[in-house]
Design a protein around this ligand. Structure first.
Ligand code: 5RP
Length: 214
């Protein structure tokens, strides 16, 4: 599996162009992308990072990290996923960075998603769907998610970089990703749902040898 992550992460550097500010996601697949990006760091202007974890890794390589508010729109965002369907709709947030990831994806012209083959699924939902919530809304959001057919479980001992808890929603078969994303977005107290369908990936790099790009 980690070989698949490495193959995908390293291939994504092909999309990096001279002078770019690159949006960088979070996770173990992205860690391989960061390693590869470090080898071409003199060609880029810097990065925008989706988590404290990625920021630390980028800075450890001497790569500059900018605030998104100072960069404007980005040309490229590279990030992993927990699941990806044939329409390039994603479940993300296994690492808890879904809110900043969704912001950077929205701000980017091209979203390249890097996955190992185990993440390629026919229907999203076997991986529990992460939902970041405002703390006082937790029980309200749980009730609404149960009405939608899910089984929300509070991620124990975890708060996001934004200081919020995450509900991991089990038991969903997500056949209408855009519709479910919009429905969950409407629940008061939801900060971000880890369904990336309204703004899904543009390009998927699947880590096989040679990498499969679709
Ligand atoms: C973090 C994410 C990650 O992209 C996702 O969890 C995949 O992680 P990994 O590459 O470690 O399997 O969404 O919030």
């Amino acid at each position: 599996m980690s070989e698949g992550k490495r193959l995908a992460g390293e291939k994504a550097v092909d999309y990096v162009e001279d002078g770019m500010i690159v949006g960088v996601g979070t996770g173990s697949t992205v860690a391989f992308f960061i390693e590869a990006l470090a080898r071409v760091k003199d060609r880029i202007a810097g990065t925008v990072s989706s988590s404290e974890q990625s920021t630390a890794a980028l800075r450890a390589h001497g790569i500059e990290v900018f605030d998104l508010n100072s960069t404007g729109a980005l040309s490229l965002y590279v990030d992993g996923a927990d699941e990806c369907d044939g329409g390039k709709n994603l479940i993300k947030g296994g690492g808890g960075a879904l809110t900043r990831e969704k912001i950077i994806a929205e701000a980017s012209a091209k979203f390249v998603c890097i996955i190992d083959p185990s993440k390629n699924v026919p229907v999203l939902g076997k991986f529990p769907l992460p939902v970041e919530v405002i703390p006082m809304a937790q029980s309200l959001v749980e009730r609404r998610l149960i009405e939608l057919g899910g089984k929300p479980v509070l991620r124990a001992g975890f708060t996001t970089d934004n200081g919020n808890p995450i509900l991991d929603v089990h038991g969903l078969q997500i056949t209408d990703p855009v519709g479910l994303e919009e429905t969950i977005n409407q629940i008061p107290g939801v900060v971000t749902v880890g369904l990336f369908a309204r703004r899904r990936a543009d390009i998927v790099i699947e880590g096989v040898d040679p990498p499969r790009i679709w």
